[in-house]
Design a protein around this ligand. Structure first.
Ligand code: NAD
Length: 261
């Protein structure tokens, strides 16, 4: 546990499922106040809110599309109105779809960039603006991907969006370090969440992904949540502008494992 997170207010985008949901629960276990942003009408976050409350945390759900400026402003307002602060902003919402680049439509390109990069930008900007106004030494965590550095054919828009998130994190970290606002990214590798549901349901495809992970297994959402609470806590007080790769070693040239190559 990180006792300094108790009573702090955390906004997490796209938190009805997957990594966002795991992070929301972990911050709840840290007895933080969590604003759970969800996107779809069919996403019921009430059970998650109850689970967080059972751990001694507090939570509210706020529907919104991170690619819309007004919706992101609404998230920060909700944090302020319900919990009186915004200490940690986690830009997690993200989408992907597989298309050979010669067939990638402008509509698909824009949709992925709008959610993954523009959505994270809006979250960063609104959070920084609030933190400056209220003199909060806040923390911003962007959920990037190993594909901020690993090229990914057929996912051009996704890789470009995450590469953009990397440079946004580093630039904002530099710009707001004098105000003691820390900005970092987490780059997950292959984690068992709905974004990978189809891929991991196929045992051959799953084994193919596992072969890319030196630690030899698909990561659990809780392993990303553990990285997030550390980056949000004062235990990481001297850390800003980094990407924390939580990827089982995927970015360490797994084809060289065992001395081959
Ligand atoms: P996920 O599909 O469960 O979560 C994505 C969430 O974003 C969903 O809840 C979805 O409803 C929400 N969302 C989609 N469009 C939105 C919008 N316009 N506004 C608000 N929310 C929206 O998958 P996940 O794995 O939990 O993904 C979370 C983040 O982690 C993403 O940014 C993804 O790129 C990143 N990531 C995941 C993995 C992995 O292996 N799971 C690896 C690297 C990076």
């Amino acid at each position: 546990m990180y006792t300094d997170l108790q009573g702090q207010t955390v906004v997490i985008t796209g938190a009805a499922t997957g990594l966002g949901q795991a992070m929301a629960l972990r911050f709840g276990q840290e007895q933080a106040h969590v604003v759970i942003n969800y996107y779809g009408d069919d996403q019921d976050v009430e059970p998650l809110i109850k689970e967080i409350e059972a751990c001694g945390g507090q939570a509210i759900g706020v529907q919104g599309d991170v690619s819309k400026e007004a919706d992101v402003k609404k998230l920060v307002q909700a944090a302020h109105e319900h919990f009186g602060s915004l200490d940690v902003m986690i830009n997690n919402a993200g989408i992907e779809n597989e298309v050979p680049s010669e067939d990638l439509s402008l509509a698909d390109w824009k949709r992925v960039i709008d959610v993954n990069l523009t959505g994270a930008f809006l979250g960063c900007r609104e959070a920084v603006d609030y933190m400056l106004e209220h003199e909060i030494k806040g923390r911003i965590i962007n959920i990037s991907s190993v594909h901020e550095i690993i090229p990914w054919p057929h996912f051009l828009h996704y890789a470009a969006s995450k590469g953009g998130v990397k440079m946004m994190t580093e630039t904002l970290a530099l710009e707001f370090a004098p105000k003691r606002i820390r900005v970092n990214s987490i780059a997950p590798g292959a984690i068992n969440t709905p974004i990978n549901a189809v891929k991991f349901a196929d045992s051959k495809l799953r084994a193919g992904v596992e072969a890319l992970v030196p630690l030899g297994y698909i990561g659990k959402p809780e392993e990303i949540a553990a990285a997030a609470v550390w980056l949000a806590s004062s235990e990481s007080s001297y850390v800003t502008g980094i990407t924390l790769f939580a990827d089982g070693g995927m970015t360490k040239y797994p084809s060289f494992q065992g001395g081959r190559g």
